[in-house]
Design a protein around this ligand. Sequence first.
Ligand SMILES: Nc1nc2c(ncn2[C@@H]2O[C@H](COP(=O)(O)OP(=O)(O)OP(=O)(O)O)[C@@H](O)[C@H]2O)c(=O)[nH]1
Ligand SMILES: [Mg+2]
Length: 397
Amino acid sequence: MIEKKKAVGSEENAILVGLIQKDQTEQQVNEYLDELSFLAETAGAQTIKRFTQKMSHPDSKTFLGKGKLEEIKNYIQLKGNISIVIFDDELTGAQIINIEKALGMKTIDRSDLILDIFASRAKTAQAKTQVELAQYQYILPRLKGMWKHLERQGGGVGTRGPGETEIETDRRIVKDKIALLRKRLSEIDKQAFTQRKERGEFIRVALVGYTNVGKSTLMNILSKSEVFAENKLFATLDTTTRKVVFEQTPFLLSDTVGFIRKLPHHLVESFKSTLDEVREADILLHVVDISHNRYEEQLMVVNKTLAELGSAEKPTITVFNKMDKYESDTFDQWLEEDVKQDILRELKERWQQETKGNCVFVSAIERKNLDGLRQTVLNKVRDMYQIRYPYRAEFFY
Ligand SMILES: Nc1nc2c(ncn2[C@@H]2O[C@H](COP(=O)(O)OP(=O)(O)OP(=O)(O)O)[C@@H](O)[C@H]2O)c(=O)[nH]1
Ligand SMILES: [Mg+2]
């Protein structure tokens, strides 16, 4: 059997590498690297240094230019305690081989890092199978490059590079494994579908959004449940669904896996069934961390992913969360109260306009405007019951 080793060990020291392409600014790429650093930390690695290079296209063989690789290599040798290099962009198998050779250091890309986090966070059989499937799909075109990152049972293989026959054997094993996992997943999906069908005629509301925006925190508050929430990326991988009753109106509320920019394609593919909860929802609560510098881009990433799932047109309430942090980050103590109020009013008016009135501004942590959120959700849910069951809507009130 062949298995993928964990890409990042605990307490590794990492170098991050990002490319500044022609339509990007240095600040933008630095913010992307902030996110990569957060991902690395979630996986157990400490960022020691970042490198960026301005390039219109990455080099097909080494991704970076020769000079930059040399600079990184010198830094690694000088520093001495670095154990991993993480690229913000996806690398091909050949690029992994060439970079590792040039730097003399284990090299992974953003997708591999995300897959690693997903693998360590998956708890249920469904999530585990989905992650494993995405991992094997990621490995398949990169077998040669990832040779050293794989674990083989029963094959006496050293660190020497693989021969063509060895790669062929591995390729066959991986393909068989993918087929097996797909079959297993479709059986799990069938069971899950039956369970969802048994939920009856309740209106279904799903919390969606970028990772770490506060979906699980809001789920806990709205449903008074205990869903795992913490300041790490991808705290939630499995969907949790709770029955909630607001003013005698029942509905089902689901917490779902967070999205992120450049989510590995295979991961979206294999998480489709977890995301069925989103696809089958009647109403989406799109949670946004308004205190984040790039919250508008995050909002767009989520909308794009929703479109890929065919869910872009669903009735949506945009919930701008972390208003407390937005205010403390934006306003200093010297600012006049009425100026603050003006800025807040402008911000709210702009989003009210963009969402056609379908948005609320809250702070889950400070419990601010949660009644406003409850009322907005309640109104939408009641509207939906009216549309869905026009003759028996009164039954639910
Ligand atoms: N300042 C502030 N922090 C918040 C607020 N809501 C949530 N958080 C914090 O944000 C972090 C992420 O919260 P979660 O609820 O786990 O976020 P999530 O969207 O479920 O994240 P994933 O499951 O990883 O996608 C936690 O540390 C929360 O305490 C808020 O209103 N203000
Ligand atoms: Mg969560």
